[in-house]
Write a new protein. Sequence first.
Length: 276
Amino acid sequence: MTLAPYLTVEGASFWYDNPNHVVLKDINLAINRGEFVAVIGPSGCGKSTLLRLLAGLVKPPVGRLTAAGRLIEGPGLDRAVVFQDYSLFPWMTCRDNIVLALERAGLGQTKAERRTIALGYLNLVGLAQDGDKLPGELSGGMRQRTAIARALAINAPILLMDEPFGALDEITRARQQDLLLDLWQGGSTDQNAGKTVFFVTHDVEEAVILGDRVIVMGTHPGRVVREVPVNLPRPRSRMGSLRSPNFPILRDRLLTELNLVVDERLAPGVEVGAAI
Ligand code: ADP
């Protein structure tokens, strides 16, 4: 029996205010339940916009998107979003940021339960001692872990992540990648295992380390140019993937694809910003 895809984009095109500036053109994606899909592409190709469509923050003038068989018509509790800038309220403690997200989700927990859940997730991401701190008192990596804890706390089956580690230094980024792999693979609790993840990055190595599949996007207009399966064994660790003989092959293939996209953009005579 083949299962229907869990997250789909069907013939979606998108522009913001100006229909002559088509940001995304005829995007088609089918993502399976529990799949980790990484998306790469040059800056401005519409990766974040595609994520916003999946989050229901913007609507496509053309085409449709579905999550768990339902049309995406706005934000929903089935989809949690993690942004690069953490989006934490700076005047609230880390714990209260998570408590507020739970309150807004309206999952029927008592105040005390929300507090306990928040502390549990802070513990899971290694911040058990830091719940009473304000985001400004934490490092970038710790803030991002708080944002991940908040996304996990509402227990959405779908995680949409927009360059969540883009602002972090190399070692912190590496540790966050391992933490995310561990959480997603269920190393800490079964509840986190098997989430469907849509992960935007501009880092080819990060895409290979994390993804089951890498979607390569091109620009002008933003579109899917290639889908590359990542044939590295699961469960994975960052180091294990880096040491795999397949790793450099995948990385080079993706870098070649990206170079082609950029070269095409620079080549004379290429139609830029074509209308649908
Ligand atoms: P990426 O994430 O790949 O860098 P974005 O999705 O951020 O790309 O942007 C894709 C295109 O949409 C760019 O040309 C960008 O300038 C434009 N864009 C992004 N956000 C808005 C907005 N709120 N209003 C108008 N244009 C936007």
